[in-house]
Design a binder for this molecule. Structure first.
Ligand code: ZN
Length: 410
């Protein structure tokens, strides 16, 4: 029995979803949740911030909190967002190659095969002596990627991108590629890079292509020091998941300033709307356009809270929360039937890292059990009428609030 499925309602939401014209706006304040901070007299940034709009909305909303992946588990932003979109991150793994390509803002298309590249050093006997090529500079990495960009392979288009230090990324674009491939990274020094092998007969042609790429890269890097070879890992195909349209009947769009969030959203089939101007006001305009253009699900992303949390700067985090609060009236004017404000995870300023703590959420619009809250904060969320849910359950509640779920059984 799949208890995970029962707990999350996964399957139910797919089966019961109804296509209607009602609209959902999911506004994610990245890393919004925090812990009490001494400098703020024991308040969190969300409690210390002046948020008149969120607070008055809280009176008319249901509040609660979500656990991003599982209790005690600290998530990356990728899996945390997938959960909010109704995709259980424990079942939907974002391949490392795909995440790398998304992270550098590469516009992946369905069917693209992405992999991570590590520049490494091999000795005269062909064994790896340094799996990170002495952590070459990002600049050196960029130059090497420039050298490798002359590689041509019949039947595929190659895209190479530097990432950071010895790390880079490759995307193979062509028909019928497979990600059922083994890594070439032996994982240890003193061993030779492994040949790419196909996990099944359908992957054989792709393995051949990757072997040719590896061999050509080796020839181009021969004699260089310290990066004279590449290791490939994390092969992942883009776009093999069911889209939100297929699963929930939602026409979905993403409004985000950072490429990585557009990338994660496009994994589940959201259309990317690029804000203009490239700031929070551009985002508001893009949200308004998306809703008036008939998108029934719009995801909007607000990043500065997470950056401030990672910098340990609680004043900057307060400022970022207040900036978001100021756009609330405009978001409401855009006319979503249901508005959800939450974070993808907590980024406590005292930790300067993502954390596992539950994340406050506010749900406005549709039939809600209101009257329980007068402010939007971690404490208010804990006492809210939604209670504590797993993030992956949020989409079911959003769909229900928007009148998009049929009754279960007679
Ligand atoms: Zn995040």
């Amino acid at each position: 029995m799949n208890l995970g499925g029962m707990m999350t309602g996964r399957g139910l939401i797919d089966d019961l979803s109804i296509r209607t014209s009602s609209t959902i706006l999911l506004a994610v304040i990245d890393g919004v949740g925090d812990l009490p901070i001494e400098e703020l007299d024991g308040r969190t940034p969300l409690e210390a911030a002046a948020t008149p709009n969120l607070d008055s909305l809280a009176c008319l909303s249901s509040l609660g909190q979500h656990v991003p992946v599982a209790r005690g588990i600290t998530p990356g932003s990728g899996p945390a967002h997938l959960a909010l979109f109704g995709y259980d991150p424990l079942e939907h793994h974002i391949g490392r190659g795909v995440l790398s390509a998304l992270g550098v803002g590469f516009d992946l298309l369905p069917g693209d095969l992405a992999a991570r590249i590590n520049f490494c050093t091999v000795g005269e006997d062909g064994t790896v002596t340094d799996r990170r090529a002495g952590r070459i500079s990002t600049e050196a990495c960029r130059e090497l990627i420039g050298d490798l960009s002359e590689i041509e392979i019949e039947g595929v288009e190659l895209h190479l991108m530097p990432v950071r230090e010895h790390r880079a990324c490759v995307v193979f674009r062509g028909e019928g590629l497979s990600d059922s491939l083994s890594d070439t990274d032996p994982g240890l020094v003193g061993r030779k890079p492994l040949p790419v092998t196909a996990g099944n007969p359908d992957a054989e042609r792709t393995a051949e292509i990757v072997r040719e790429f590896s061999a050509k890269a080796s020839r181009l890097l021969e004699g260089k020091n310290p990066a004279n070879q590449i290791l490939l890992r994390g092969f992942a195909l883009h776009g093999s998941w069911k889209t939100m349209e297929e699963r929930f009947g939602l026409r979905a769009a993403v409004v985000a300033l950072y490429p990585m969030y557009r990338g994660v959203s496009s994994l589940v089939g959201m259309d990317v709307i690029v804000p203009s101007p490239d700031d929070i006001h551009g985002e508001v305009l893009a949200v308004r356009d998306a809703i008036s253009d008939g998108y029934t699900f719009t995801f909007m992303h607000h990043k500065p809270t997470d950056s401030a949390g990672e910098d340990g700067d609680c004043r900057a985090k307060i400022g970022a929360i207040e900036a978001f609060d100021r756009i609330i009236p405009e978001l409401l004017l855009a006319g979503p039937d249901v508005l959800c404000v939450t974070g993808d995870h907590c980024t406590p300023c005292g930790m300067k890292l993502h954390s596992w703590h539950p994340v406050p959420l506010l749900l406005y619009g549709g039939p809600q059990r209101t009257g329980c809250s007068t402010a939007f904060s971690e404490r208010a969320a804990l006492a809210g009428s939604i209670g504590t849910i797993r993030a992956v359950e949020l989409m079911t509640i959003l769909m229900a609030s928007a009148g998009k779920l049929a009754k279960y059984g007679a």
